[in-house]
Design a binder for this molecule. Structure first.
Ligand code: PEP
Length: 253
């Protein structure tokens, strides 16, 4: 089986994490204004904190910038104080959701089985899930990174994503917010392994599912990372908070 994928349009996704008050909407407006002058080659999405999703969706509505949430619950409603459902995200104007970000897996003990339920809920609500996987430094140094991440891919993707739009984001934990990036060789090796697993599970669709890289992507390294084999975009944290940096990454596609 040949695993070379037909390349879909890359996705540049900005994860604002727990950053941003109302004034941050101006950064998103600046991204929109720039993309109106010169449209992007990539799809662009911003994931603000849940408190801003509705206002951000209104602020960028009708533009090329998509919006999404950083997490969702695996159930459609119920007694889950503090959580938000995939349907609420859609209702607030979002069209994507990040599932299983390493900060959720670490800070909230989310297992891959829970992540799969979240992705399933996202699909049921008509959202495009970005399912995150990635190894710790300890796992990488033990030589187990590829096997660990491939297992996460298998366990974190529910069967219901078949035939629907979804992405996988490879984010080595030791590269997130640290200023350290994986080497291009590491990225190519891991993305190839993820691609092989996706093709094994989903056949033709698996050959084209975008695999994003995340972990200290910045204007200075974006071009090299985005040009690497099987990199279908980037999940950007810190560098997505300022329009000027985020735009430079968008323009690196
Ligand atoms: C992220 O939030 O997924 C991320 C990769 O963060 P940073 O770009 O800051 O490392």
């Amino acid at each position: 089986m040949t695993l070379s994928s037909t390349k879909p349009r890359p996705l540049i996704a900005g994860n604002w994490k727990m950053n941003g008050l109302a004034a941050a909407l101006d950064e998103a407006r600046a991204v929109v204004a720039d993309l109106e002058i010169q449209p992007a080659a990539a799809r662009v999405a911003i994931f603000p904190p849940a408190t801003l999703l509705s206002r951000l969706s209104e602020a960028v509505g009708g533009s090329a910038v998509l919006t999404g949430a950083q997490d969702c619950h695996g159930k459609p409603n119920g007694a889950h104080t503090g959580d938000i459902s995939a349907g609420m995200i859609a209702d607030a104007g979002g069209s994507l959701v990040i599932c299983g970000h390493s900060e959720r897996r670490t800070d909230h003990g989310e297992s891959s089985e829970q992540v799969a339920r979240k992705a399933e809920a996202a699909i049921a609500a008509g959202l495009e899930p970005i399912v995150c996987v990635g190894e710790t430094l300890e796992t990488r140094e033990a030589g187990d990174a590829v096997a660990f991440v491939v297992a996460q891919v298998r366990e974190s993707l529910p069967p219901s994503v078949a035939g629907k739009a979804f992405c996988v984001a490879y984010e080595p934990l030791w590269a997130i917010g640290t200023g350290r990036t994986a080497s291009v060789d590491n990225i190519i090796e891991m993305h190839a392994a993820i691609r092989a697993e996706l093709a094994a599970i989903f056949g033709e669709q698996g050959k084209a599912v975008p695999i994003l890289y995340g972990g200290s992507v910045k204007p200075e390294n974006a071009g090299e990372i985005l040009a690497a084999a099987e990199v279908g975009g980037a999940l950007v944290g810190g560098a997505s908070l300022k329009a000027v940096d985020f735009l430079a990454i968008i323009r690196a596609v």
